[in-house]
Design a protein around this ligand. Sequence first.
Ligand code: ADP
Length: 498
Amino acid sequence: MSDLTLNLTAPNGLNYMQPIGLFINNEFVKSASRVKLSTIDPATEAEIASVYAASTDDVDVAVKAARKAFNEPSWAGISSTDRGNLLLKLASLVEENAHHLATIESWDNGKPYIHALNVDIPAVANTFRYYGGWADKIQGDVIETSPQKLTYTIREPVGVCGQIIPWNFPLAMAAWKLGPALACGNTSVLKPAEQTPLSILYLATLIKEAGFPPGVVNILNGHGRTTGDAIATHVDVDKVAFTGSTATGRQIMRSAALNLKNITLETGGKSPLLVFNDADLKSAVAWAHTGIMFNQGQVCTANSRILIQEGIYDRFLVAFKEQVKKVSKIGNPFDDATFQGPQVTQAQFDRIVSYIDSGIAEGACLAYGGKPYKNVNGKGFFIEPTIFTNVKDEMKICQEEVFGPFVVISPFKTEEEAVRRANDTPFGLASSVFTQDIKKAHRVARAIQAGMVWINSSGDSDFRIPFGGVKQSGMGRELGEAGLAAYTNLKAVHVNLS
Ligand code: ADP
């Protein structure tokens, strides 16, 4: 044990070495200011650890390391196949360390361990492996113009990427950012969210073990307004990729304007889920439940607005409440029976409570839940799954992203009304349509203003499929082949053959 590593024992008994430094040039180091940030277990409110937080000076050191690595033969000069192999190796290391990673993720974030192990960690490994496979398939085109000219394009890496991620899926968000960036030959300065700094530091040890050269991946914990802002404004950062709230996305866009950085933003949502009279009710209820309640409702694509055609409204409501009662078991994240752990922080808990108060004050009907739940020690940021009915579209609870196990349900009459109301928020991330009528399903899918539409399911994203939003839900796409576009610049080469 050194002063850059802590020997920790997680609630499930796992004893392991937790790095707490900044990860720069493949080494853990202290921050220049020695300032630390503390992270707590949301299930017990006890401190887990303090980790070093990066100052503006530390960001500068990390950016210099990333710039140097970007130009070094050890990274810029390796074959695309070798670059891909590093990602494939990292994917295997993630799988070998699944128990460690899932334990840390669950402890720091509050999500059920079995969800971290069976959903998050496979998603991380799959994303690294998928982009490892892409590394040697990133190519330009030859474009015919005239016999006197040869014209072709080259896909070049963008350079040093600042990658700022949220706390709801820390490791998965790191993989979504690092996978395509590294496949394309970029280097990264990645900032985890201050609420969940631990799992990414453990991932850093695997990045080093996989054999990535020093400086290719640098990980800096710290607060948004200091570390995050220093990354977003740094003139030698070529690109910023961000996932988080719409308000912060707006701020990052302003900061990135300083040197006209390439940006991708994945921000908030208030995603509608429409159920028509002809839908398979049982299936719609099950998907709608998972779609809003999974991960404590802390999912940007969560179907937080449910619209039900009036012919099945009453039946849906009864069945949905039964499903919540049956499945949404609240409790200790390390208990296998738990579906819902605590919210990530007191601030998120308070935010949900304020929306519950707002719904009641605006005259909506609190149809289910809405009360705090306390762990055995009387602590923890747990809140009961919450359903509001009798809502009006203009209410705050129908317009703003709550980011919790909180859903509004209302009836609609016609397809035209459903589409109009589905589109009636500033957001446009995800949406779902439940119907057995194939024509209606595709018609509605086209009419909804969203980056993603699920027909007869909800939120089961896939690393091969583009992910992103329209309107105030962001710009650019992650995942799939589309995710590569954000990490390359296309260079056109004109050759005069005359
Ligand atoms: P939330 O409100 O849910 O915590 P944020 O959008 O504030 O979500 O946070 C997402 C990520 O953005 C975190 O890593 C956070 O530290 C970072 N962040 C917050 N504010 C800024 C900022 N002004 N500039 C850069 N990054 C920021």
